[in-house]
Ligand binder design. Structure first.
Ligand code: PLP
Length: 414
């Protein structure tokens, strides 16, 4: 008999385990840890959204929906996209409700990638992009970005990475892990290149509502881009709904039809209860979302200044809820920094190299944590940096606003 592992699809065996997952196995083994590692809102889903879901169950909504998702939800998504991006999508055939952006990403990559196609991924990047491309038989081409250029990919860098086999560009702004946002001018240059070189774009805009320094520009809203872009978005981050597993894809009807084929044979449809909750989020969730964004913004400033005071250069994150300070000055690698910080001070951050080699020398720190936890974490971080030869100043923390809550549970890998 051969080894069990030899039965496994080589595409799967060749995937490295997620750097975040490996690190969080260490976190769960350590008591008293403050985790700034998890990419998940610390807020509980607003009550009116939970209530709408409970009510839908009381009324007996427990069945499958259309493969595309509830028409009422698709109509609400279309209205939301029109208001936010100025792009009109037909709810009947240009929107697909998915099990989170995670499923939308997998569907888009699988529907569009042929074996050997090259897919460009700016780096540091969210951990799922490269594995999804590899599983679809595509070839990953990373395009490194640096702190000096604000972790933004440029048309010039993309052009330099193009080959005759390049087919898809995956864009993700506001960005996980850097917090970088894209300016309209750079996006326009990228859009021009994409059209000139006949590329497609998968645009993961899951953090589009979490911006602090200006409005998010939706790629599909730029001239000529609507037909070439699969727009992915969801409810996990903006509405604190990670556990509901609900998102959507919008785009060209032929792409959506291809994605729907895979979706109908694999997932069938997103859970109806989550769809009901998402509908309520779009109808009445604006106020709660704005309040959460205000909280993240206060924490963002606290965290950015705290890192700078500590002697760790920290690029200003314009979106999402991550800071990405440079820790190279400590003489430690990203993994050493994160592991020793965990062992010595019981604070968990994610090593930057979990997001690709260009994340080396950085760590990702989520500020979707209560101000109390952040304040204590930064007291410990300051002690750690002092012990490693940096000279921190004292840090100050804003007081929590009314309504700030602690998490019920954690542990995801986002
Ligand atoms: N895209 C990015 C950039 C993310 O950071 C995450 C989660 O952390 C996801 C997608 C997954 O989102 P969802 O919960 O909608 O599947």
């Amino acid at each position: 008999m051969k080894t069990w592992n030899s039965y496994v699809n080589p595409l799967v065996s060749s995937l490295p385990p997620s750097g975040i997952r490996r690190f969080f196995d260490l976190v769960t083994e350590t008591k008293g840890v403050i985790s700034l590692g998890v990419g998940e809102p610390d807020f509980i889903t607003p009550w009116h959204i939970r209530e709408a879901c409970i009510y839908s169950l009381e009324k007996g909504y427990t069945m499958y929906t259309s493969n595309h998702g509830l028409l009422a939800l698709r109509q609400a998504i279309a209205a939301d996209l029109e208001a936010a991006c100025g792009v009109t999508y037909n709810p009947k055939n240009e929107i697909l409700v998915t099990v989170g952006v995670s499923e939308g990403l997998d569907l888009a990559v699988r529907a569009l990638t042929c074996p050997g196609d090259e897919v460009l991924i700016p780096e540091p990047s969210y951990v799922s992009y490269a594995p999804c491309v590899l599983l679809a038989g595509g070839k990953v081409i990373t395009v490194p970005t640096t702190m000096n250029e604000g972790f933004r990919v440029t048309a010039g860098k993309i052009e330099a990475a193009l080959t005759p086999r390049t087919k898809i560009l995956i864009l993700s702004y506001p960005n996980n892990p850097t917090g970088a946002v894209m300016d309209r001018r750079t996006l326009l240059e990228i859009a021009e290149l994409v059209q000139a070189r006949d590329l497609l774009v998968i645009s993961d805009e899951i953090y589009s509502r979490l911006t602090y320094t200006g409005e998010h520009t939706c790629l599909a809203g730029l001239p000529g881009m609507r037909e070439r872009t699969v727009l992915l978005n969801g409810f996990s981050k903006a509405y604190a709904m990670t556990g509901w597993r609900i998102g959507y894809a919008a785009g060209n009807p032929d792409f959506i039809a291809a994605m729907t084929k895979i979706h109908q044979y694999t997932l069938l449809c997103a859970p109806i209860t989550a769809q009901m909750a998402a509908l309520e989020a779009l109808k009445n969730g604006r106020l709660a979302m704005t309040q959460m964004v205000q909280q993240y913004n206060r924490r963002r400033l606290l965290v950015m200044h705290a890192f700078r005071d500590m002697g760790l250069p920290c690029f200003e994150p314009g979106g999402a809820f991550y800071a990405f300070p440079e820790i190279a000055g400590t003489g430690l690698s990203s993994e050493e920094f994160a592991e020793r910080l965990l062992q010595e001070e019981k604070v968990a951050v994610v090593p930057g190299n979990a997001f690709g080699p260009s994340g080396e020398g950085f760590v990702r720190c989520s500020y979707a944590a209560s101000v109390e936890d952040l304040t204590e974490a930064f007291r410990r971080l300051a002690a750690f940096c002092r012990a490693h030869g940096l000279r921190p100043k004292t840090i100050s923390a804003p007081r929590p606003l009314p309504g700030e809550r602690r998490p019920l549970a954690g542990g995801a890998t986002g």
